[in-house]
Design a protein around this ligand. Structure first.
Ligand code: DX5
Ligand code: ZN
Length: 216
Protein backbone atom coordinates (compact mmCIF):
# COMPACT_ATOMS: atom_id res chain seq x y z
CA UNK A 1 0.00 0.00 0.00
CA UNK A 2 1.29 3.44 -0.98
CA UNK A 3 -0.59 6.59 -0.07
CA UNK A 4 0.39 10.26 -0.34
CA UNK A 5 -1.23 12.70 2.09
CA UNK A 6 -0.60 16.30 1.00
CA UNK A 7 -0.41 18.62 4.00
CA UNK A 8 -2.83 21.54 3.71
CA UNK A 9 -0.51 23.55 5.96
CA UNK A 10 1.33 24.48 2.76
CA UNK A 11 -1.83 25.40 0.85
CA UNK A 12 -2.84 28.97 -0.02
CA UNK A 13 -5.47 29.81 2.62
CA UNK A 14 -6.79 32.58 0.43
CA UNK A 15 -7.72 29.84 -2.02
CA UNK A 16 -8.43 26.95 0.30
CA UNK A 17 -11.30 25.54 -1.75
CA UNK A 18 -9.28 25.67 -4.97
CA UNK A 19 -6.29 23.95 -3.36
CA UNK A 20 -8.47 21.31 -1.70
CA UNK A 21 -10.15 20.54 -5.04
CA UNK A 22 -6.73 20.28 -6.67
CA UNK A 23 -5.73 17.61 -4.13
CA UNK A 24 -9.14 15.98 -4.46
CA UNK A 25 -8.57 15.58 -8.20
CA UNK A 26 -5.04 14.18 -7.71
CA UNK A 27 -3.68 10.68 -7.08
CA UNK A 28 -3.37 11.45 -3.35
CA UNK A 29 -5.83 9.29 -1.40
CA UNK A 30 -5.60 11.17 1.90
CA UNK A 31 -5.50 14.84 2.89
CA UNK A 32 -3.33 15.73 5.91
CA UNK A 33 -4.54 18.45 8.28
CA UNK A 34 -2.05 19.96 10.77
CA UNK A 35 -3.60 21.46 13.89
CA UNK A 36 -1.20 23.42 16.13
CA UNK A 37 -2.03 25.14 19.41
CA UNK A 38 1.03 27.31 20.07
CA UNK A 39 1.72 25.29 23.24
CA UNK A 40 2.70 21.76 22.18
CA UNK A 41 4.53 23.39 19.28
CA UNK A 42 5.74 26.97 18.83
CA UNK A 43 3.28 27.73 16.07
CA UNK A 44 -0.48 28.15 15.59
CA UNK A 45 -2.16 26.88 12.45
CA UNK A 46 -5.95 26.50 12.33
CA UNK A 47 -8.87 24.62 13.83
CA UNK A 48 -12.49 23.57 13.30
CA UNK A 49 -13.76 26.11 10.72
CA UNK A 50 -10.87 25.39 8.36
CA UNK A 51 -11.29 21.62 8.76
CA UNK A 52 -15.02 22.00 8.01
CA UNK A 53 -14.26 23.99 4.84
CA UNK A 54 -11.84 21.33 3.64
CA UNK A 55 -14.44 18.65 4.43
CA UNK A 56 -16.96 20.46 2.22
CA UNK A 57 -14.54 20.65 -0.68
CA UNK A 58 -13.48 16.98 -0.72
CA UNK A 59 -14.88 13.57 0.19
CA UNK A 60 -11.35 12.15 0.56
CA UNK A 61 -9.95 10.65 3.78
CA UNK A 62 -9.11 13.49 6.17
CA UNK A 63 -6.08 12.63 8.28
CA UNK A 64 -6.03 15.10 11.18
CA UNK A 65 -2.68 15.52 12.98
CA UNK A 66 -3.20 17.17 16.36
CA UNK A 67 -0.14 19.00 17.67
CA UNK A 68 -1.98 20.18 20.76
CA UNK A 69 -1.67 19.56 24.49
CA UNK A 70 -4.42 17.57 26.20
CA UNK A 71 -5.91 16.28 22.93
CA UNK A 72 -8.60 14.48 24.97
CA UNK A 73 -10.35 17.85 25.25
CA UNK A 74 -10.91 18.17 21.50
CA UNK A 75 -10.88 14.76 19.79
CA UNK A 76 -14.69 14.53 19.68
CA UNK A 77 -15.03 17.96 18.11
CA UNK A 78 -12.45 17.20 15.42
CA UNK A 79 -14.38 14.04 14.61
CA UNK A 80 -17.59 16.07 14.37
CA UNK A 81 -15.87 18.64 12.15
CA UNK A 82 -15.10 15.99 9.55
CA UNK A 83 -11.96 14.03 10.49
CA UNK A 84 -11.76 10.41 9.31
CA UNK A 85 -8.72 9.76 11.51
CA UNK A 86 -7.47 11.69 14.50
CA UNK A 87 -3.79 11.38 15.41
CA UNK A 88 -2.55 12.74 18.73
CA UNK A 89 0.95 12.95 20.20
CA UNK A 90 2.06 10.49 22.84
CA UNK A 91 4.02 13.35 24.44
CA UNK A 92 0.95 15.61 24.64
CA UNK A 93 -1.24 13.67 27.04
CA UNK A 94 -1.30 11.64 30.21
CA UNK A 95 -4.63 10.14 29.13
CA UNK A 96 -3.71 7.95 26.19
CA UNK A 97 -6.41 5.32 26.85
CA UNK A 98 -9.03 8.05 27.08
CA UNK A 99 -7.90 9.57 23.77
CA UNK A 100 -8.20 6.19 22.04
CA UNK A 101 -11.63 5.59 23.58
CA UNK A 102 -12.90 9.03 22.54
CA UNK A 103 -11.83 8.49 18.93
CA UNK A 104 -13.48 5.04 18.86
CA UNK A 105 -16.66 6.42 20.36
CA UNK A 106 -16.73 9.14 17.70
CA UNK A 107 -16.32 6.49 15.01
CA UNK A 108 -13.00 7.73 13.62
CA UNK A 109 -9.72 5.90 13.13
CA UNK A 110 -7.03 6.61 15.67
CA UNK A 111 -3.35 7.35 15.26
CA UNK A 112 -0.54 8.13 17.69
CA UNK A 113 2.48 10.23 16.83
CA UNK A 114 5.98 10.60 18.24
CA UNK A 115 8.45 13.46 17.93
CA UNK A 116 11.90 12.75 16.45
CA UNK A 117 13.49 12.25 19.89
CA UNK A 118 10.84 9.87 21.26
CA UNK A 119 11.76 6.17 20.82
CA UNK A 120 9.15 4.01 19.09
CA UNK A 121 9.50 1.52 21.98
CA UNK A 122 7.34 3.92 24.01
CA UNK A 123 4.41 3.09 21.73
CA UNK A 124 4.64 -0.68 22.28
CA UNK A 125 1.77 -1.16 24.71
CA UNK A 126 -0.66 0.81 22.54
CA UNK A 127 0.01 -0.81 19.15
CA UNK A 128 -2.77 -3.44 19.39
CA UNK A 129 -5.34 -0.70 20.08
CA UNK A 130 -4.61 1.82 17.34
CA UNK A 131 -4.82 2.04 13.55
CA UNK A 132 -1.73 4.08 12.77
CA UNK A 133 1.55 5.47 14.05
CA UNK A 134 2.81 8.76 12.65
CA UNK A 135 6.58 9.08 12.84
CA UNK A 136 7.68 12.71 12.78
CA UNK A 137 10.75 13.11 10.60
CA UNK A 138 11.11 16.79 11.54
CA UNK A 139 10.46 18.63 14.80
CA UNK A 140 6.69 19.29 14.65
CA UNK A 141 5.61 22.90 14.17
CA UNK A 142 6.59 24.02 10.70
CA UNK A 143 6.56 22.91 7.09
CA UNK A 144 9.62 23.14 4.89
CA UNK A 145 12.22 21.61 7.26
CA UNK A 146 14.85 19.02 6.33
CA UNK A 147 14.18 15.30 6.73
CA UNK A 148 15.91 13.70 9.75
CA UNK A 149 17.61 10.50 8.50
CA UNK A 150 17.33 8.54 11.77
CA UNK A 151 13.59 8.35 11.09
CA UNK A 152 14.27 5.51 8.64
CA UNK A 153 15.57 3.30 11.48
CA UNK A 154 12.50 4.19 13.54
CA UNK A 155 10.22 3.07 10.69
CA UNK A 156 12.06 -0.28 10.40
CA UNK A 157 11.98 -0.84 14.16
CA UNK A 158 8.28 0.00 14.35
CA UNK A 159 7.44 -2.25 11.37
CA UNK A 160 9.13 -5.17 13.17
CA UNK A 161 7.21 -4.41 16.38
CA UNK A 162 3.93 -4.14 14.47
CA UNK A 163 4.47 -7.46 12.67
CA UNK A 164 4.06 -9.06 16.10
CA UNK A 165 1.70 -6.67 17.92
CA UNK A 166 -0.63 -5.46 15.12
CA UNK A 167 0.09 -6.52 11.53
CA UNK A 168 -2.59 -4.12 10.25
CA UNK A 169 -0.89 -1.07 11.76
CA UNK A 170 -0.39 1.71 9.24
CA UNK A 171 2.89 3.63 9.43
CA UNK A 172 2.85 7.25 8.28
CA UNK A 173 5.86 9.57 8.08
CA UNK A 174 5.69 13.37 8.16
CA UNK A 175 8.27 16.06 7.48
CA UNK A 176 10.81 16.82 4.79
CA UNK A 177 9.42 14.28 2.31
CA UNK A 178 9.73 14.59 -1.47
CA UNK A 179 10.12 12.38 -4.53
CA UNK A 180 13.82 12.05 -3.65
CA UNK A 181 13.28 10.11 -0.38
CA UNK A 182 9.84 8.55 -0.97
CA UNK A 183 11.20 5.22 -2.23
CA UNK A 184 13.46 4.87 0.81
CA UNK A 185 10.54 5.46 3.19
CA UNK A 186 8.11 3.12 1.43
CA UNK A 187 10.91 0.53 1.33
CA UNK A 188 11.52 0.84 5.08
CA UNK A 189 7.89 -0.07 5.79
CA UNK A 190 5.90 3.18 5.69
CA UNK A 191 2.58 3.18 3.82
CA UNK A 192 1.56 6.82 4.04
CA UNK A 193 3.83 9.77 3.29
CA UNK A 194 2.83 13.31 4.23
CA UNK A 195 4.15 16.03 1.94
CA UNK A 196 3.55 19.75 2.28
CA UNK A 197 6.10 22.03 0.66
CA UNK A 198 7.24 19.50 -1.95
CA UNK A 199 3.67 19.19 -3.27
CA UNK A 200 2.42 22.76 -2.98
CA UNK A 201 5.79 24.22 -3.97
CA UNK A 202 5.96 22.15 -7.14
CA UNK A 203 5.18 23.67 -10.50
CA UNK A 204 2.78 20.77 -11.09
CA UNK A 205 1.60 19.49 -7.68
CA UNK A 206 -0.45 16.65 -9.13
CA UNK A 207 2.53 15.37 -11.12
CA UNK A 208 4.69 15.61 -8.00
CA UNK A 209 2.25 13.36 -6.13
CA UNK A 210 2.45 10.75 -8.90
CA UNK A 211 6.27 11.00 -8.81
CA UNK A 212 6.23 10.17 -5.11
CA UNK A 213 3.81 7.28 -5.58
CA UNK A 214 5.93 5.80 -8.35
CA UNK A 215 9.35 6.50 -6.81
CA UNK A 216 11.77 3.60 -7.18
C1 DX5 B 1 4.94 19.73 10.64
C2 DX5 B 1 3.68 19.14 10.06
C3 DX5 B 1 3.83 18.62 8.69
C4 DX5 B 1 4.25 19.65 7.67
C5 DX5 B 1 5.08 18.94 6.66
O1 DX5 B 1 4.76 19.96 11.98
O2 DX5 B 1 3.23 18.06 10.87
O3 DX5 B 1 2.67 17.91 8.26
O4 DX5 B 1 3.17 20.27 7.03
O5 DX5 B 1 5.62 19.87 5.80
P1 DX5 B 1 6.83 19.54 4.81
O6 DX5 B 1 6.35 18.42 3.91
O7 DX5 B 1 7.02 20.82 4.10
O8 DX5 B 1 7.99 19.12 5.66
ZN1 ZN C 1 1.56 16.76 10.10
Amino acid sequence: MRIIAPSMLSADFGHLERDTRMVDASAAEWIHIDVMDGVFVPNISFGFPVLKSIRKASPKFLDVHLMIVEPERYITRFAEAGADMVTFHLEATEKVAECIALARKAGVKVGMSVRPATPVAELAQWLPEIDMVLIMSVEPGFGGQSFMPHSVDKIRELRAMADVANPNLIIEVDGGISASNAALLFGAGAEVLVAGSSVFGAEDPQAEIVKMLEAR
